[in-house]
Design a binder for this molecule. Structure first.
Ligand code: NAD
Length: 526
């Protein structure tokens, strides 16, 4: 009997399968192009009232939604596990717990972060002018999300968008539609007003229709290929986009690191969620002198991992999401072998199961030329390469098109920080790995092909508002020297402006006073 499950193509329904068993777990209608347009229109209307709500009112809805999640925590964790294949423990530790923290953080702090700001406008303030920035919500935010963290990624962005005063249309991944439906239900139970959040289930076509319906901003998380398509389509309406894309994240281990801790971190970073995290450890670089010792530690610990159904509490590594994803991993592993790398453990699909399980795989003798060190694998593989010097470690880590996260391990924190600052990626952790998406206060986002824009922290909230500048002239006593009509005196005055006022020095600017008075007199006389 073949271990491969075939998933029938859907037409007007999205069918949800448990990837670990191949069993259908539900189906949801696929939103049509018209339904997408209608939803965006309804969201535009509901924005008119939602934008007027106070931060306190928004906070109440979010905190109520938190209570709903807390009350249904085990049911949600099981649904996330069933639909994605990840262990229930990871649904709790990597999705539910961090997003609950994010919810309370933005519910309680959005007002403070978005507080109107007075700006120092330099010498113009001596002329009675002042500037204030207020943060206006954008309107309808389209959130298009992936399957790998089907609960925490979209939910976190929904919360931030709502707290900023926007309405939201969310299109979750077609591979995890029921988790998407659940997010909608949570807010319905929290009595969020109608059409403030709408969840549209559908595939890439539904996503494309959402992009085409000209929302006010698109928050996209997914692959580089889809991100590029979305950016190109969104440009037709000048819709701004935040792109949270793939990664090929390096972990550098120096000889002076705590090797016990670093090896445990490496296998968690590479194998949690079956390696299907954008910030998974996808490349491990170890200092030559610890090659044997560290590789042995990694292999020993990997061999002890239990692979099974996500619903079992003792499962360390669950199934992958889909047959397609598993094939990419098989191809990368085959490519490693052909290119001369060694498979030390794993290396193949786990045939003990009917579903899409791939064994946790450790690979040595990898080099940056190999395909599996260049393209995102997104599976439970840990390829190991060796470096000789600090400079070489940095060069190898940066030798990639991606730049999402990186991790540096050493007991010498000065060296750790020095190396961290030389790596081109959005987040660098020293003696830590992968988990910072779970820190709501810090920015999340990539360099290079890993995307642009940020989610999380004040930087993420700022993506969801437009800074509006309110400039006031309190003393309208005189005409401005730069007003019409112009004259030779105006030319002379603005030579002075360029020389003195633009110097930023009040002392220099005072030299301009006589000329300025003459010009004002000239304007008054006209
Ligand atoms: P994907 O690009 O295939 O799909 C993502 C979403 O885009 C889905 O909802 C899909 O239906 C939708 N979509 C597909 N085609 C579309 C189109 N033409 N227009 C609009 N929407 C469209 O990605 P995936 O396989 O779901 O997710 C895995 C990828 O996501 C990996 O590359 C991973 O690294 C990345 N990811 C990045 C982050 C991050 O924060 N940077 C987080 C999680 C996942």
């Amino acid at each position: 009997m073949s271990a491969v499950i075939s998933f029938p193509a859907t037409t007007d329904e999205i069918i949800s399968y448990n990837p670990a068993t191949g069993e259908e777990i539900g189906r949801v209608p696929n939103a049509s192009v018209d339904e997408v347009r209608e939803a965006v229109e309804k969201a535009r209307q509901s924005f008119q009232t939602w934008r007027e709500t106070s931060f306190r009112e928004r906070e109440k809805f979010i905190m109520k939604a938190r209570e709903v999640i807390l009350a249904e925590m085990d049911e949600i964790a099981r649904l996330v596990s069933d639909e994605s294949g990840k262990p229930v423990v990871e649904a709790l530790s990597m999705e539910i717990a961090p997003v609950l923290d994010l919810m309370q953080y933005f519910a309680r702090n959005a007002q403070k972060i978005l507080k109107p700001e007075k700006i120092d406008i330099g010498q113009l303030k001596f002329l009675g002018r002042s500037s204030k920035i207020i943060y206006q919500p954008l309107g309808v935010i389209a959130i298009i999300s992936p399957w790998n963290y089907p609960f925490s990624i979209p939910l976190g962005e929904v919360v931030m968008a709502l707290m900023a005063g926007n309405t939201v249309v969310l299109k979750p991944s077609e591979l995890t539609p029921l988790v998407g439906v659940k997010i909608g239900e949570i807010f319905a139970k929290a009595n969020l007003p109608a059409n403030v959040l709408q969840v549209l289930i559908g595939d890439g076509k539904t996503g494309a229709a959402l992009v085409d319906s000209a929302p006010n901003k698109i928050m996209f998380t997914g692959s580089v290929a889809t991100g590029k398509k979305i950016a190109a389509e969104a440009a037709k309406n000048l819709t701004p986009v935040v792109l949270e894309l793939g990664g090929k994240d390096p972990m550098i281990v120096f000889a002076d690191a705590d090797l016990e801790a670093a090896s445990s971190a490496a296998i968690w970073g590479a194998f949690c969620n079956s390696g299907q995290s954008c910030s998974s450890v996808e490349r491990l670089y170890i200092e030559e002198s610890i090659k044997e010792k560290f590789t042995n530690l990694i292999v020993e610990k990997t061999k002890k991992l239990t692979q099974s159904f996500g619903s079992e509490a003792a499962t360390d590594v669950g199934s992958m999401i889909s047959e397609n994803q598993l094939k990419i991993v098989e191809n990368h592993v085959a490519d490693f072998q052909q290119a001369g790398a060694q498979i030390l453990t794993g290396g193949k699909r786990n045939k003990d199961f009917k579903g899409t399980f791939f064994e946790p795989t450790v690979i040595s003798e990898a080099t940056n030329e190999m395909r599996g060190m260049r393209e995102e694998t997104f599976g439970p593989t840990l390829p190991i390469a060796v470096f000789k010097t600090e400079q070489q470690a940095i060069e190898l880590a940066n030798d990639t098109d991606f730049g999402l996260t990186a991790s540096v391990w050493t007991k010498d924190l000065r060296k750790g920080k020095r190396v961290a600052e030389k790596i081109l990626a959005g987040t660098i952790t020293v003696n830590e790995v992968l988990y910072t998406h779970g820190i709501a206060q810090t920015p999340w986002g990539g360099f290079k092909q890993s995307g642009y824009g940020r989610t999380h922290g004040k930087w993420g909230l700022m993506e969801l508002v437009a800074p509006q500048h309110i400039h006031i002239n309190r003393v309208l006593l005189t005409p401005n020297a730069w007003w019409l009509p112009y004259s030779p005196l105006a030319v002379e005055t603005f030579r002075g402006f360029a020389r003195y006022f633009a110097s930023g020095s009040l002392r220099q600017t005072l030299k301009l006073a006589p000329q300025l008075l003459k010009r004002i007199k000239e304007l008054r006389g006209k």
